[in-house]
Write a new protein. Structure first.
Lengths: 538, 246
């Protein structure tokens, strides 16, 4: 067992209203620079829809992710030799047109145009070459199903479903899918980087690009099946979502999470067994990849796991954070969160609670009580259309896990409705989805109330020195290197809080907690120090 | 031309350009590692690049191999291997000529693209504007030299230019060997030196980034926050006090 920790995210799609606040705040933070005009580390797609870049889920075309060749896991675009042979022109790289041509407006014309009959206009201009650019596509051009069937035909997930289903389905529903980098356990972008510039961080599993090692070969851009690595055309370097690691290290949620008005994002630690990942990703049957990934996760409540974690160097408070992890609750305990496109075999770590609302709405529209559990369960089963589509997104086409997640969400609605209306509780509702009443209410609290402290359980990156293991290399923010952006001076955002500021531990400093004492021997700190000694040691 | 000029051109200049190449690269690596990149323009335009890029680069690899064979392998060695003069030159003309033509064709596509595609043109830097003419002329001079090495031409560069080139490494440059070379060889050598001098200060540095190590590393790279590689000295397990303070 090789225990590793991963900061993972879950998004509750039921609550996403498609406001794009996450996208905009992310862009303002990370990609509002020349060279990244077209780059959205976070984007929100309307599903069904083509997504950004267009049709990125069609791996027959883009050849991202992994494939099995004779039982072995190889990047779909080819192994090492094949990658190097194609280094002079990457045949699978999306062009700017597949994203969109970024543009601005010729605002100056509004004030400098000569006096005339017509009102002057601010014509669109390309941000790439400065020439007049007709605006024909954007990062969310088909938002809210804009463009209709013409654009919908470009949805690769929809294309795999049959025609009749598609037409009915278009009347049925749409939902929003916010996407960031998946920070996969088995990242293809890292695997195909010829320079070794992309790496997965040992401490928190965040996948980053070393800007000084990147040589601009662009293999990562095409290797990522989610198309979440971008090429900065000014600097000639790859850039990607960083999971806002300077914030995560300080114990704060990412910008997209912090600013999400729907409060639908959850951040927490997952412990997993790194030795199992390779085998799990190479499972023959695509539909079993979801189960296989679940099998990689470790239970931090298991004393053997906790011991192995500490032996592997996972700090103690990361283990305790993993025990309180909301992400783990949604993925493992309630099993309502599902991975995005497990069939890419990258073991993604941003998971999604599938949307139930459209099902309820569709049922209510037919004149039924949309929240009656029996009818709702039946409707989930009979509304094969959305379940099939969701399965195409989250479980490589296997409807069973999606149905089971939707049924749990439906049971939660029914159970809580009874409580709200003062009706008699029915324990059979919870039991029918394999939960008990306490569990279903805890799930409701996590999903519906979604308190800030419960949504984000993020241990800080400076645990080690805080616990007395001063480690210069790991101290402070990673951006504060000798030539780094620096961000803030000492005493700022990333400095570990002073010891005095810690209320709960203050009384115990240097003392042993008698509740944890095994009664043997006389450990240091069993008795309080005399005031004089304490003064001297300060 | 005076003898002094030839000493300067073939005895001093090669070392100057070598110093510029080595010191410049070291300086760039030390102070501008961020700038070590292909500065790819594939995002703007990919159809022409997918033809021109591989044509140019693969051609160039063959051309480089040909230079190694022609400049570093002495004529005495090929004679001992019973490769006759005619066979050698026929081979040099056919393979070298084909590689050179492929490189030139690739460069032509790339230059056309750079001039005619507005986005690519807008992304052209000042160093590019100096580099591309040098690259083009050195290539054309080389092609011309190859084309003139026919059976009718008595000049055997392996007894002239190559001898001079090898003598550079013994720090005893054979200026006379180059002094009597035809003009086209002299022009090619001079432009080549200019290219090496420009190397560290232009986009050519990306050649030093050739990712050979990729063939030998595991697929997924792990790194620690402190910049240490995975497995090396993780921070110690937090025990006792740390556990207490929670």
């Amino acid at each position: 067992m090789r225990v590793m920790a991963q900061v993972a995210m879950v998004m509750n799609l039921d609550k996403c209203i498609g406001c794009h606040t996450c996208s905009v705040t992310c862009k303002q933070t990370w990609t509002n620079r020349a060279g990244t005009e077209y780059v959205w580390f976070n984007n929100v797609e309307t599903r069904p829809g083509q997504g950004y870049p267009r049709g990125h889920e069609d791996q027959d075309r883009w050849r991202g992710g992994w494939a099995l060749r004779h039982g072995r896991l190889v990047p779909r675009a080819g192994g090492r030799a094949r990658r190097l042979a194609r280094i002079f022109a990457n045949p699978d790289l999306p062009s700017l047109g597949d994203y969109y041509e970024p543009w601005t407006y010729d605002y100056e014309n509004l004030t400098t145009a000569p006096l005339g009959e017509d009102v002057p206009t601010a014509a669109p201009r390309s941000l790439i070459d400065g020439r007049p650019a007709p605006v024909t596509w954007g990062p969310n051009w088909d938002d809210d199903l804009g463009g209709g069937p013409e654009h919908l035909a470009g949805d690769p997930v929809l294309a795999r479903m049959n025609e009749q289903v598609r037409l009915e389905y278009e009347q049925a529903f749409m939902f929003y899918l916010p996407r960031i980098c998946e920070h996969c356990l088995n990242p293809t972008c890292v695997a195909v980087c010829p320079s070794g510039a992309l790496y997965k961080r040992v401490e928190d599993g965040i996948v980053l690009v070393d800007q000084d090692r990147c040589r601009g070969w662009r293999m990562c851009v095409s290797g990522c099946p989610y198309k979440k690595v971008y090429f900065n055309h000014r600097t000639g370097k790859a850039e990607k979502c960083t999971l806002c690691y300077p914030r995560i290290e300080a114990g704060q949620p990412t910008v997209c999470s912090e600013t999400c008005v729907g409060r639908l994002r959850y951040l927490g630690v997952m412990l997993y067994d790194a030795d199992l990942v390779g085998k799990a990703a190479a499972v023959q049957d695509e539909r079993r990849l979801y189960e296989a990934q679940l099998g990689c996760f470790l239970d931090p409540d298991d004393p053997a796991v906790a011991r192995a974690a500490e032996e592997a160097g996972v700090p103690h408070d990361w283990v305790t954070a993993a025990r309180r992890s909301p992400v783990r609750d949604l993925i493992v305990r309630y099993r309502v969160a599902l991975p995005l496109h497990p069939e890419y075999r990258t073991m993604p770590m941003v998971w999604y609670v599938p949307p139930l609302s459209p099902v309820v709405e569709a049922l209510t529209a037919t004149g039924h009580d949309g929240e009656d559990p029996a009818k709702l369960f039946a409707a989930i089963d009979s509304l094969r259309i959305p379940v099939g589509y969701l399965a195409g997104l989250f479980t490589a086409g296997d409807p069973a896990p999606v149905e089971s997640a939707l049924c749990r969400l439906a049971a939660m609605r029914s159970h809580l409705r009874r409580i709200n209306l003062g009706e008699e509780r029915d324990p059979r509702i919870a039991a029918s989805v394999g939960l008990d009443e306490a569990g279903i209410e805890a799930m409701y609290r996590l999903l519906a109330l979604a308190k800030y402290e419960e949504r984000y359980v993020i241990p800080t990156g400076y645990t080690a020195e805080h616990a007395g293991h001063a480690d210069g290399a790991a101290a402070g923010c990673s951006l504060e290197g000798p030539e780094g952006p620096g961000m803030l001076e000492a005493g700022g955002f990333h400095t570990p809080p002073p010891r005095e500021a810690e209320p709960s531990g203050a009384a115990l400093r240097g003392r042993i907690n008698l509740l944890n004492w095994n009664g043997k021997g006389r450990p240091a700190g069993l008795f309080p120090r005399r005031p004089r000694d304490a003064e001297g040691s300060r | 031309m005076s003898h002094h000029l030839h000493v300067a051109l073939w005895g001093v200049l090669p070392y100057l350009s070598a110093v510029l190449l080595v010191a410049g690269s070291a300086w760039r690596y030390r102070y501008d590692r961020f700038g070590f990149t292909t500065r790819s323009s594939q995002l703007y335009e990919h159809r022409m690049l997918r033809v021109g890029g591989p044509l140019f680069h693969y051609g160039l690899l063959f051309v480089a191999a040909g230079h190694v064979a022609g400049l570093l392998v002495p004529e005495s060695l090929t004679e001992r291997l019973h490769v006759g003069e005619d066979l050698y030159h026929a081979n040099a003309l056919l393979v070298g000529g084909a590689a050179g033509l492929a490189t030139a064709a690739g460069l032509a596509v790339l230059l056309y693209r750079r001039l005619r595609v507005p986005a690519v043109r807008a992304a052209t830097s000042r160093s590019d504007r100096l580099l591309y003419p040098v690259l083009l002329t050195v290539l054309l001079a080389g092609l011309a030299a190859t084309a003139t090495t026919t059976a009718h031409d008595p000049y055997d560069y392996r007894l002239g230019v190559s001898v001079w080139f090898r003598s550079l490494f013994t720090l005893d440059p054979d200026v006379a060997a180059m002094q009597h070379a035809p003009l086209v060889y002299q022009a090619h050598a001079l432009l080549g030196m200019a290219l090496f001098a420009l190397w560290p200060f232009s986009r050519l540095v990306h050649a030093f980034a050739a990712p050979v190590g990729y063939l030998f590393r595991p697929y997924v790279v792990y790194r620690s926050r402190g910049g240490r590689r995975a497995g090396a000295g993780r921070r110690g397990a937090v025990t006792g006090e740390g556990a207490l303070r929670r």
